[in-house]
Ligand binder design. Structure first.
Ligand SMILES: [Zn+2]
Length: 265
C-alpha cells in the first residue's frame, strides 16, 4: 500500500544545516531532521512512507532556476519535488511552462515567505495558467508559526480563488488553513478543494479532526506532515488514532494523492 506524505521540505545538502537553524530560530519551532533529502528518506523508511511531495519555496525571484535544477537532481520515484515560483517573477508564464515541461506535477507557493496575499488580482492570470497547464498548486494556507497573525491566505481568500479559477488543482495545507478552522468550516468544508492534514490534528483534537475530515468530500483529503517540522512516524500514528473507516484511511494515506498526481500528468 502506498503511503504518501504530501507536504515535506528539504534543502540542498550544503545549505541544509544553515537553513534549518535559521528557520527554526525565526519560527521558534523544533525540528526533527537535519533538512537533507537523505534524512527525509531515512525518516520515510522508518515511518513506512513510500513517497513524499517535497515542497520548495522561492523566497527571491532569482531562485527559480536553482530550485528547478535541484528539484531535477533529487527527483526519484519516492521523492516528488514541487519547484517554486515567486509571484513577483516577471517571467512567470515561461517558468510555469518550464515546470510542466520538466514533468513536475506542481508548484509550491507560500504567501508569508513570498510576501503576497493569496487573492491579489495580479495573481489570477498566474493561477489560470497553472490550471491550464494541469499543474497542482500547493499553497500554504492559514496563519504561519513564524509570522504575525495577518490574514494572507485565509479561507475567504481561498474561496475567492476557487470561484475565479474553478479548474485549479489547489492543495491547501494544514486541513484548509492553519489555526483558522472556524473559517475553514464556513468557506471550504464540503467543497471540492484538496486539504492536506499536517499540523492540524494535534491542535484540533480527535473529535474535531474527525468532524472536519468526515464532513469533507473523501477524495479531497491528503496525508501530510510538514516534515522536518514534524516527525513523520508520529504524525502517521496520530492520524491512525482518529480511527477513521479503513477505506477512508487508505484514501487519505495514498489513493487520493495518486489520483491527484495522475490529474497533473
Ligand atoms: Zn511546510
Amino acid at each position: 500500500m502506498e503511503v504518501i506524505d504530501f507536504h515535506t521540505h528539504a534543502f540542498p545538502d550544503n545549505l541544509a544545516e544553515r537553513a534549518m537553524k535559521a528557520l527554526a530560530e525565526e519560527g521558534n519551532i523544533p525540528y526533527y531532521l537535519d533538512g537533507k533529502v537523505s534524512s527525509l528518506l531515512a525518516s520515510m523508511d522508518k515511518a513506512g512512507i513510500t513517497k513524499s511531495a517535497l515542497c520548495s519555496i522561492a523566497t527571491k525571484v532569482n531562485q527559480f532556476a536553482s530550485i528547478l535544477k535541484w528539484s531535477e537532481e533529487i527527483r526519484t520515484d519516492r521523492i516528488i519535488p514541487f519547484p517554486s515560483l515567486h509571484p513577483d517573477d516577471p517571467d512567470w508564464p515561461q517558468h510555469i511552462r518550464c515546470i510542466k515541461k520538466a514533468n513536475f506535477p506542481g508548484i509550491k507557493m507560500h504567501p508569508y515567505y513570498q510576501n503576497f496575499d493569496a487573492d491579489e488580482d495580479r495573481l489570477f492570470p498566474l493561477y489560470e495558467l497553472i490550471a491550464r497547464e494541469k499543474l497542482i498548486l500547493v499553497l500554504h494556507t492559514g496563519f504561519d508559526f513564524a509570522f504575525p497573525r495577518i490574514r494572507k491566505a485565509d479561507p475567504a481568500r481561498i474561496h475567492r480563488i476557487l470561484q475565479a479559477v474553478p479548474g485549479l488543482l489547489l492543495v491547501t495545507t494544514h486541513l484548509g488553513a492553519w489555526e483558522d478552522w472556524e473559517e475553514v468550516q464556513r468557506y471550504l468544508l464540503g467543497k471540492p478543494i484538496y486539504m492536506e492534514i499536517s499540523f492540524s490534528l494535534e491542535y484540533l483534537g480527535v473529535a474535531r479532526s474527525r468532524f472536519l475530515i468526515l464532513n469533507h468530500p473523501p477524495e479531497y483529503i491528503l496525508f501530510g506532515t510538514d516534515s522536518p517540522w514534524a516527525d513523520q512516524a508520529k504524525c502517521l500514528e496520530e492520524f491512525r488514532k482518529l480511527n477513521l473507516p479503513s477505506e477512508l484511511e487508505e484514501r487519505i494515506l495514498g489513493e487520493n494523492a495518486l489520483a491527484l498526481l495522475k490529474k497533473a500528468q
